[in-house]
Design a protein around this ligand. Structure first.
Ligand code: SF4
Length: 368
């Protein structure tokens, strides 16, 4: 498998550094007006307010993938999100559509926890140890080359919105699933589907070893979990749940499935970013929430719903640093460059990778 190299962002041109808020507000609005229907700005919910205000459409990874696939008219799709999302948009849009990521350093630490060489090594080990048919499933938070791996081997992509459906489908295709790169989404989904701990085994990509439970054998295993995690969702713990329950006995704890299973088990509800938003939107005035997900979204929900009390499960949590790389200055630069007819930071997945990655993405879009 070939490893795609992610280019590193060079510095912004001097004229874009230190723009005041009123300057970038006016210049982004002007650039949007100039580009008109040729431009579509997609914004992930974890983006900061200064950036997401300019998005034409917002969503979580699944919704944005669908929106990108549906849009056939915009010449330029500017993705305010992270690298793997822009790659997905490039794969799902037409060859004449250009996808731009305003800062190339907007990556994802979880996606970086699985690389093609590690996945190849794991696949060989899984074949040796288990035999039979294993179906590879990658969380959308992964490089395009790993989505292509799944496409080549009869697997699919999933997001946190549809992991249950995709796992159910995959287990009907083979004897077990190799799920990467997020251990926690895989574990939380599998346990929610009624599997037991004994049916799950962790594969440690650093050591190339399985982490067997006492008495567990390959015959027990239905899902092999890659030992990856989200550095943002790892910051939530059960002590925070207990402390907030003491302070607010009526509190509803709502967390994302990238959290550890003990946090999910201690919560009242768990689900994707879109699920979290839907729960808050449907709640009665006076509802008190502790939400365990990226803090930009939690603060935005609190502002949008002053009739409810919305707290971050971790009061001192930081935003996702890679999502935060997309700044209004970078957005101004990307848009004004397009106005001048110059494409900067285009995300282009090589065709031999895109072909198979699209198979795995299309599988997800069909099943989900
Ligand atoms: S919140 Fe976690 S999974 Fe999402 S982009 Fe940031 S590091 Fe990656």
């Amino acid at each position: 498998m070939t490893t795609a190299t992610i280019p590193i962002q060079t510095g912004l041109p001097k004229e874009y550094m230190g723009l005041s808020a009123s300057e970038w507000q006016a210049r982004i609005a002007q650039a949007k007006a100039t580009l008109g229907q040729d431009l579509l700005i997609l914004g992930h919910h974890y983006q900061r307010d200064e950036v997401i205000q300019f998005a034409d459409l917002t969503g979580d990874s699944f919704k944005l993938a669908r929106l990108a696939a549906q849009n056939t008219t915009a010449k330029y799709i500017v993705f305010c999100g992270v690298h793997f999302m822009a790659e997905t948009a490039d794969i799902l849009t037409g060859p004449e559509q250009v996808v731009v990521l305003p800062d190339l350093n907007a990556g994802c630490s979880m996606a970086d926890m699985a690389n093609p060489d590690q996945v190849d090594e794991c696949w060989e080990t899984v074949t040796d140890v288990f035999g039979g048919t294993t179906v590879p499933i990658t969380y959308v938070n992964s490089a395009a080359v790993l989505k292509a791996f799944c496409g080549r081997h009869g697997g699919a992509v999933c997001t946190s919105s549809n992991a249950r459906k995709i796992l159910t489908w995959a287990l009907a295709q083979g004897e077990r699933v190799l799920f990467f790169p997020d251990e926690h989404l895989g574990r939380n989904t599998a346990l929610d589907m009624g599997m037991t701990d004994k049916e799950l085994v962790v594969y440690n990509q650093q050591t190339g070893q399985f982490e067997w439970l006492p008495g567990q054998t390959p015959q027990h295993v239905k899902v092999i979990l890659w030992k990856g995690f989200c550095s943002v969702h790892q910051r939530f713990n059960v002590a925070q749940v207990e402390a907030l329950r003491k302070q607010y006995p009526e509190i509803q704890v709502l967390v994302h499935p990238e959290c550890n299973h003990d946090v999910v088990a201690a919560a009242d509800m768990f689900g994707s970013t879109e699920y979290i938003i839907a729960q808050v939107e449907a709640a009665k005035p006076g509802t008190v929430w502790a939400i365990g997900t990226e803090v930009n979204l939690v603060h935005r929900l609190a502002k949008q719903h002053p009739e409810q009390t919305i707290l971050s499960l971790n009061p001192i949590v930081c935003p996702c640093t890679t999502m935060s790389r997309i700044s209004p200055e970078h957005l101004t630069w990307a848009l004004e460059s397009l106005c001048r007819g110059e494409v900067v930071n285009q995300i282009q997945v090589p065709s031999e990778v895109a072909e198979f990655a699209k198979l795995a993405l299309d599988k997800m879009l069909t099943i989900a």
